[in-house]
Design a protein around this ligand. Sequence first.
Ligand SMILES: Cc1cc2nc3c(=O)[nH]c(=O)nc-3n(C[C@H](O)[C@H](O)[C@H](O)COP(=O)(O)O)c2cc1C
Length: 454
Amino acid sequence: MARQMVMVGFLQAQNCTNLPASWRHPDSRTDFLSADFYREIAHVLERGKFHLAFFDDRLAMPDRYGGDHVHTVEYGIRCVKLDPIVTLMTMGMATTRLGLGATCSTTYYEPFHVARMFATIDLMTGGRAAWNVVTSLNDGEAMNMGRDGVLEHDLRYDRADEFMEVVLGQWDSWEDDALIVDKASGRFADGARVHRLDHVGPYFRSRGPFTVPRSAQGHPVVIQAGQSGRGRRFAGRWGEVIFVTSGSIGMGKRNYATLKEEAVACGRDPDRMLLCNLVTPVCAATKAEAEDKMALIQRLPLEIDQLSLLAEALNFDFATKGLDEELTDAELASFSGIQTIRDRVLALSGKRNPTVREFMQLSHRGRPDDAIVGDPKGVADRLEEMFTEHVCDGFVVAATHVPGGYADFVEFVVPELQRRGLYHTDYTGATLRENLGLPRPELGAWRHAVPTSV
Ligand SMILES: Cc1cc2nc3c(=O)[nH]c(=O)nc-3n(C[C@H](O)[C@H](O)[C@H](O)COP(=O)(O)O)c2cc1C
């Protein structure tokens, strides 16, 4: 069968999408504290045959700017953050085929706890769960979780490698036929087929045996989005669905090849790693209507949205600088969050010391400037090009507002992609892995994925 696109909805269990201004959009639903809000999004995505709905997460509101939360709550800058896993279950109970992913940090939880939560979601949804593995990035999260500050970038990934060994090790505890449940003989399970992990490592200890048997898809799908050198090595070792942010075709193709090479270097089959590029579509029946929609959306963001989100993502207080003041070498070196944002701004500006305003203009953080605006043909053409040029295997679709951003995509773009044979017309399986074309993992398969060079 011809290769087909993977589609992922980039969701937030909060008052706005990843565009903070979205809550001010005239068509945004404002009942984001109700289960019905999330159920409607789930129904829209399942109608559009999305493979996966995934919630991002951060363990703090963005209060790094000025060291204060007042602006965050006044302007509604991603200040409400519900627990994504609990929220995800409301969507799971409202759907039958949509895959269900949530973010959980390797820095602030115990691996046993994370393994049990996601294995349970996987059982409760009939094998549709996925875990977005993040290492967390700012001091607000650290302070909410009992630490003084964020751990150093690469150290977070070193810990995360061991975290994965524990989670996957625990997920392997129960062999598939371990459960017997025979009332006549009185045998509940085969003691020889349930194993103890006995993990003792530099960062974690976890004994086992695990308390949750395997699910229909074996274990949850692992999502990752590392972009730095260390992050990509981690993604190449563990990620089954990888989020990427490739602006241009040339850069995207190089990034795609590099990530697939990381998987090969770990002894993995690169076809079992699906890269999804972040896109924000703004679509309508005609190009003119789409441009009108975009004009409205472009009027919504405020300067403070950008400053606050940049401070959050880079873990640096931009309020200490004037807008047209240059960032010093020492300040740039101190950014401990998403370093690729800094590196891209440096590359695009061609300057060693860009100003705060240049960070705002060139990162587009908190603004929808890089949205794909068009009629069904126009948007589908752009997605088709990225897909056929091997920038990605699919898309992680962000919304300018909900549920309208997704409803428009499903109404206008999905049928066009299906007509072109680029996107499935229905779910082919019951589990997320079946729908993604990923095989059910053998017990211990992940142990073969060991980097040949570090
Ligand atoms: C589509 C997408 C979703 C992401 N979701 C989250 C998230 O929910 N929480 C988080 O802390 N980081 C999230 N990240 C950040 C990544 O996990 C990663 O930290 C970032 O891409 C920088 O790479 P690095 O960690 O290798 O520096 C996301 C990134 C992308 C591209």
